[in-house]
Design a protein around this ligand. Structure first.
Ligand SMILES: Cc1cc2nc3c(=O)[nH]c(=O)nc-3n(C[C@H](O)[C@H](O)[C@H](O)COP(=O)(O)OP(=O)(O)OC[C@H]3O[C@@H](n4cnc5c(N)ncnc54)[C@H](O)[C@@H]3O)c2cc1C
Length: 487
């Protein structure tokens, strides 16, 4: 069977009501692999699926090899027994994330606004519990620092070329320090404002300010925009007008599931790629489902997993060094399910931040119709290292106590509790993104998109805008496909 444009376009569009298992089965190859194709794509996350689709649309014969028995990678739906779907991985989108928005629209996946009526909750050991509106909590011990530092982050980020952050005149200085060191050097109440910023980095990076290169964080903020709108801290961190503004009706995994269904038997599940050999003007890809010869390969696996592949010839030293210093964040999502979102009746929007405990960053994660009510805690970085290693019952209790401190005693009695630890995922190993340790970006960062012979790189980490996000995954897949077809 020819895996060309005709195959892709012929697989049908109206998949709205398809159950998930049906969509997976329909979108995957059952039989033997073809012996030769034009391009092999490795990894059926959003980025690999987009790359495969773009190449097939250009008339190429494409094969997409995915290690797992499902598509979507870091995007994963969870169906609640109480009804409705929530996301265990990537979920939110917001303004300037035009690429994932366009793809979702094309695939018929609508969005709905993240619930944002009423006040947020802030808890700190100094102020106790405060209800507030807006972006920064009105904590007098941190407000002056927060105003100054967040403004400086935006100003510094605005100077960064998203395609070459290592070229900034201060790149070496910024890359030699962590975000935590910079906060301590520039804040009056470094601990207070550091706690607030940590409640942003733990869900956003799966890491603490002390682990992240300052240059990398500034670049991440610069990437939180598009070609017309400079990235800002607020667009990255906020719900209203920010990256947490909307979610997908039916869950974000509908996007990769529907894309896979369109691709038909281009998609091959249960096919971890173990070895990639380049010789005599072609590439041979060895997977657990068979061996395929191709003109070119697009690798769309998370950076650390690329090192697990046996490469011949060996990866260039610069790329190897880069990958060794790009570490996945540590993150899990812990959701408590309630018959209804009781906090809404109390005038609260379900968003909360705290400087201690298991629930440092909390969102209303209820399905679009608000039934059932769901509270979500991101447990990331050092909070993951403290609570992620506990037995599930102890972690559940700690998370529920965190919810109760924010929203009242009712939070202690959910009808269900669901959690997903991304560090335990063999083919992801952490989340939400692979982070740059200090020194990495300036020394090795320029290798991030550089092709290695006939091998090209996709995946959200290679994007110049919204790197680390679903939007970046789409952009990277499109860019890699253009690279391949231009050669
Ligand atoms: C908890 C969590 C919350 C998040 N929240 C958000 C959010 O709210 N909004 C947002 O935009 N983004 C969010 N993200 C990030 C977003 O999910 C990712 O940026 C995006 O899904 C990455 O897509 P990708 O295709 O680049 O990589 P992945 O989704 O990681 O896909 C890579 C694929 O490669 C496969 N693979 C790996 N090794 C091999 C191999 N050797 N052979 C074959 N296949 C292989 C993997 O199985 C995987 O399917 C979140 C992520 C997590 C984990």
């Amino acid at each position: 069977m020819s895996l060309t444009r005709r195959t892709v376009l012929g697989t049908g569009l109206a998949l709205g009501a398809a159950p998930l298992h049906e969509a997976v089965a329909a979108g995957s190859r059952q039989g033997a692999l073809p012996r030769r194709v034009d391009t092999v794509v490795v990894g059926a996350g959003i980025s690999g699926l987009v790359a495969a689709r773009e190449l097939a649309d250009r008339g190429q014969e494409v094969l997409l090899l995915e290690a797992r028995d499902r598509v979507g990678g870091r995007v994963l739906n969870h169906r609640l027994r109480q009804g409705g779907t929530i996301e265990s991985g990537g979920a939110f989108i917001g303004p300037t994330q035009d690429h994932i928005a366009a793809l979702a629209e094309e695939l018929g996946v609508p969005t709905f606004p993240e619930y944002n009526e009423g006040n947020s909750v802030y808890i700190s050991s100094l102020t106790g519990r405060i209800e507030y509106s807006g972006t920064v909590p009105p904590d007098p011990t941190i407000l002056p620092d927060a105003a100054l530092l967040l403004q400086r982050i935006d100003t510094m980020a605005a100077e960064i070329d998203v395609a070459a952050p290592w070229d900034h005149p201060d790149a070496a200085t910024w890359d030699a320090q962590t975000l935590g060191e910079w906060i301590r050097a520039n804040a009056i109440n470094a601990e207070g404002v550091g706690n607030l910023i940590e409640a942003w980095t733990q869900p956003g990076f799966g890491a603490d300010p002390n682990e992240l290169s300052l240059l990398y964080v500034l670049w991440y903020v610069a990437c939180s925009g598009n070609e017309q709108n400079a990235g800002t801290f607020a667009r990255n961190s906020d719900t209203a007008n920010g990256a947490q503004e909307r979610r997908f009706v039916g869950g974000s995994q509908l996007i990769p599931l529907r894309l896979a269904r369109r691709l038909g038997d281009i998609v091959t599940l249960g096919a971890p790629v173990r070895r990639i050999v380049q010789r005599d003007g072609h590439v041979v890809v060895h997977s657990e489902r068979g061996v395929v010869r191709a003109r070119r390969v697009v690798v769309a696996a998370p950076p650390p997993l690329v090192l697990d592949i046996d490469w011949f010839p060996r990866l260039p030293t610069r790329r190897q060094q880069l990958l060794r210093h790009l570490d996945m964040g540590q993150l899990m999502k812990c959701d408590a399910v309630y018959e209804k979102p009781f906090w809404r009746e109390a005038g609260l929007n379900g968003f909360g931040i705290s400087d201690s405990g298991a629930a440092r960053a909390v969102f209303d994660n209820s399905p679009a119709n608000g039934e059932p009510g769901v509270l979500l805690a991101f447990v990331g970085g050092s909070t993951w290292r403290q609570y992620g290693v506990l037995p599930k019952a102890a972690r559940r209790q700690a998370v529920l106590e965190g919810f109760a401190a924010m929203f009242g005693e009712q939070a202690l009695h959910p009808v269900a509790y669901v959690e997903h630890d991304w560090t335990a995922e063999r083919w992801t190993t952490g989340g939400p993104v692979a982070n740059y340790a200090p020194g990495t970006m300036v020394q090795f960062g320029s290798a991030i998109r550089r092709p290695f012979g006939r091998v090209h790189w996709a995946g959200t980490e290679t994007s110049t805008y919204w790197t680390g996000y679903m939007d970046g995954a789409v952009r990277a897949g499109q860019r890699a496909a253009i690279e391949v077809s231009e050669r």
